[in-house]
Design a protein around this ligand. Structure first.
Ligand SMILES: [Zn+2]
Ligand SMILES: [Zn+2]
Length: 299
């Protein structure tokens, strides 16, 4: 197979784009997808300080890598969840990545915050991924706000976004659909949030990380076993396998056709939050769920 751009021997076949590329041309393709996302959604400017949420997996480290390569001021943020045999190893990879690239890294230790994930899961009995996601989002936002970053970037990819879109549509979760976009604007103490990898799928990012020799943490969290979104992700992957290109059409179609219709609802929902009396961050309940958890854990 030949590279679509230069005609050399291809190394990566992208069925979704009906194309194949050699290593160098694949990097150009990858970078263009990211540039296109940043530009079209006005995610950030060259001088902006960007906080990148880093798990240690292929998506977040690839995002950090490409933003640094593109010359952006990108600082990493790692939340140490304190999951045995998992968090420590992921953290080592993240620290090594930051050292090699002489990049700034912020670490939040959930043990010190009084809410290590295993303890919280044991205590709350809720679905682990949903409560863990809630805690992570809280600290991503809080760190970005307190340390004066212009924007918080996450490594969500096309598979994550289409999986979420499918799940939201299947249950017509309007409040979640309203918030689904590659960019969320800043409101009060919610910083602006962006997803520069939203046009790239799992496979493309895995290929990028592999060809760039990014030493990432490849294991899934032990608590995520059996999570619903993993099932939906498999279905999306199956549809994409049968009909290459569907994933990107599905998501871009949503952004173009349905999202504009939901915009008026977004403005309404912005008026419904309270301010947490403990931490001062916006919440839907009288006290934010993180401060409530912390208080309960102290008892
Ligand atoms: Zn080429
Ligand atoms: Zn609070």
């Amino acid at each position: 197979m030949k590279c679509r751009r230069c005609g050399k021997q291809a190394e990566v076949e992208l069925r979704s784009h009906h194309a194949a590329f050699c290593r160098d041309c694949f990097f150009i393709f990858f970078r263009r997808q990211v540039e296109r996302a940043i530009k079209r959604w006005r995610m950030f400017k060259p001088q902006d300080r960007i906080l990148v949420a880093i798990s240690g997996g292929k998506d977040s480290l690839s995002l950090w890598d490409i933003l640094l390569n593109m010359g952006y001021k990108a600082t990493g943020l790692y939340i140490d969840l304190k999951i045995d045999g998992f968090s420590e190893k992921a953290k080592e990879k993240v620290e090594k990545f930051a050292q090699e690239r002489k990049s700034d890294l912020i670490i939040v230790d959930l043990e010190k915050e009084g809410i290590p994930i295993p303890k919280i899961i044991h205590y709350s009995g809720k679905e682990p991924c949903s409560i863990c996601g809630q805690i992570k989002r809280y600290y991503f936002n809080r760190m970005a706000y307190e340390k004066n970053f212009h924007v918080l970037a996450t490594g969500h990819n096309l598979d994550d976004e289409t999986t979420r879109l499918l799940a939201n549509i299947l249950r017509w979760q309007m409040t979640y659909l309203i918030d689904q976009a590659p960019v969320l604007p800043p409101i009060y103490r919610f910083v602006k949030k962006v997803k520069p990898l939203y046009r790239l799928g799992e496979y493309e990012i895995a290929a990028y990380a592999f060809l760039k020799n990014i030493d990432y943490f490849a294991y899934r969290c032990p608590f995520s076993k059996g999570a619903t979104f993993l099932k939906y992700k498999e279905y999306i992957a199956y549809i994409e396998y049968k009909f290459p290109g569907t994933k990107l059409d599905f998501y871009e179609g949503f952004l173009k056709k349905l999202r504009p219709l939901l915009q008026p609802l977004q403005r309404q929902s912005a008026n419904t939050f309270h301010i947490c009396p403990e931490c001062g961050y916006p919440t839907l309940a009288p006290q934010c769920s993180i401060c409530r958890l912390k208080a309960e854990m102290k008892k």
